[in-house]
Design a protein around this ligand. Structure first.
Ligand code: NAD
Length: 354
């Protein structure tokens, strides 16, 4: 099959890790008989340098003309925190492509179980959960206010609002994903306090009836935060609203170890999905062939699975990554014996194992 992929290499280590991911794509194409064609799209700091805007005109159209988008990372100290910032490009692309579901898998690579801060008896049970975070609603997008009061000084409010429609579309994503995995959904809320959570819960219960083959449970957010460190093996798909998901997905990623290993996907209903590592542009190591390309390479595996419906190709990438790590190869950010390998070498090793 033929697929078009928009490449947003970005800034810092972004171009370095995307280069290795492209080699992996080409290797997958060769092995499984697909053709991947690439369109380079400028976004972030490099776009500010080239045309003065972090999200140049035509970016949305260029991405929509592709089947998926692969992004390295954007930002860096060079562009400061002024009125025009690289990160504005990131917010713009998520909004323009209508990417309302953020998927962050937290899975422990068997060879790196030692990197987890959890006890060995906890990691021995395995960690393979998928955090599904609502990305475009809730308190981060609600109305804000700041005003003076007579007796309490300045007062502020942030409104958390959710509609049935917003909850239903993210809920459906979670149930559909669970069907592709171990068929369990944990819906996280604070229904003992918040009205939005009570609506969230009622919509999820209605959906649960539509997916009788998927095991369903409600969990309060405070309990979830505790259970993720107590026994993360109990989770398959965890679905939650924007702010709870922001916090819990960082917690879940930490229990699996290095930041250089974790992929993510943001998807909507029609536009192409956006696949990117969770790390930033790491300006401290940019241009030194030190960046770990695995998070970006695993983002390509997610692209195969969720945008292209190619699970065997996704498995081939993930198995190759695990095999390379099991042989003891590691970049500088991962603890290991012997000298670390560089970005390019790690990419080459993974291609060789596919
Ligand atoms: P960062 O993730 O870039 O770096 C944090 C630390 O982790 C650094 O020590 C870095 O060297 C290391 N690291 C990150 N990725 C690595 C990799 N693949 N291999 C080896 N080590 C790696 O976070 P930061 O320093 O807070 O942010 C740097 C810049 O990146 C900022 O401008 C920030 O706004 C931007 N950022 C962008 C994104 C994105 O593009 N989605 C996400 C987060 C931060």
């Amino acid at each position: 099959m033929d697929f078009k992929i928009a490449l947003i290499r970005g800034d810092g280590i972004g171009p370095e890790v995307v280069n290795e991911a492209v080699k992996v794509l080409d290797r997958i194409g060769e092995k499984f008989g697909h053709s991947f064609t690439y369109t380079d799209v400028l976004l972030g700091g490099c776009a500010i340098d080239a045309c003065g805007k972090p999200y140049p005109d035509g970016t949305t159209e260029a991405c929509k003309a592709c089947d998926a988008v692969l992004l390295g990372a954007v930002g860096g100290p060079k562009w400061g925190a002024g009125a025009v910032r690289p990160e504005q490009g990131l917010l713009a692309i998520r909004k323009e492509l209508g990417l309302y579901a953020n998927l962050r898998p937290a899975s422990l690579r068997p060879a790196l179980a030692d990197a987890s801060p959890l006890k060995p008896e906890t990691t021995a049970k395995g960690i393979d959960l998928m955090m599904v975070r609502e990305l475009t609603g809730g308190i981060y997008f609600g109305k804000r206010d700041r005003y003076d009061t007579e007796d309490r000084g300045v007062e502020c409010t942030d409104l958390m609002a959710y509609s049935e429609k917003e909850i239903e579309r993210i809920g459906r994503r979670a149930f559909e994903l669970a069907r592709m995995r171990r068929k369990k959904v944990t819906s996280v809320d604070k229904a003992n306090v918040l009205e939005t959570s009570r609506l969230w819960r009622s919509v999820m219960h209605r959906l649960a009836e539509e997916y009788p083959d998927v095991q369903y449970e409600d969990m309060l957010v405070d309990n979830t935060a505790m259970q993720i460190v107590r026994d993360p093996s109990q989770f398959d798909v965890v679905v939650t609203e924007n702010m709870f998901g922001d916090i819990l997905s960082d917690e879940a990623s930490m229990v699996t170890g290095s930041i250089g290993l974790l992929p993510s996907a943001s998807i909507g209903d029609t536009a192409p999905g956006l696949y990117e590592p969770i790390h930033g542009s790491a300006p401290d190591i940019a241009g030194q062939n030190k960046a770990n390309p695995i998070a970006t390479i695993l983002s390509v595996a997610m692209m195969m699975r969720y945008s292209f419906q190619l699970p065997a190709e996704a498995d081939a990438i993930e198995t190759a990554v695990d095999a390379v790590l099991a042989e003891g190869w590691h970049t500088a950010d991962i603890a290991g014996e012997g000298d670390p390998v560089g970005t390019v070498e790690m990419g080459r090793l993974i291609c060789e194992h596919i």
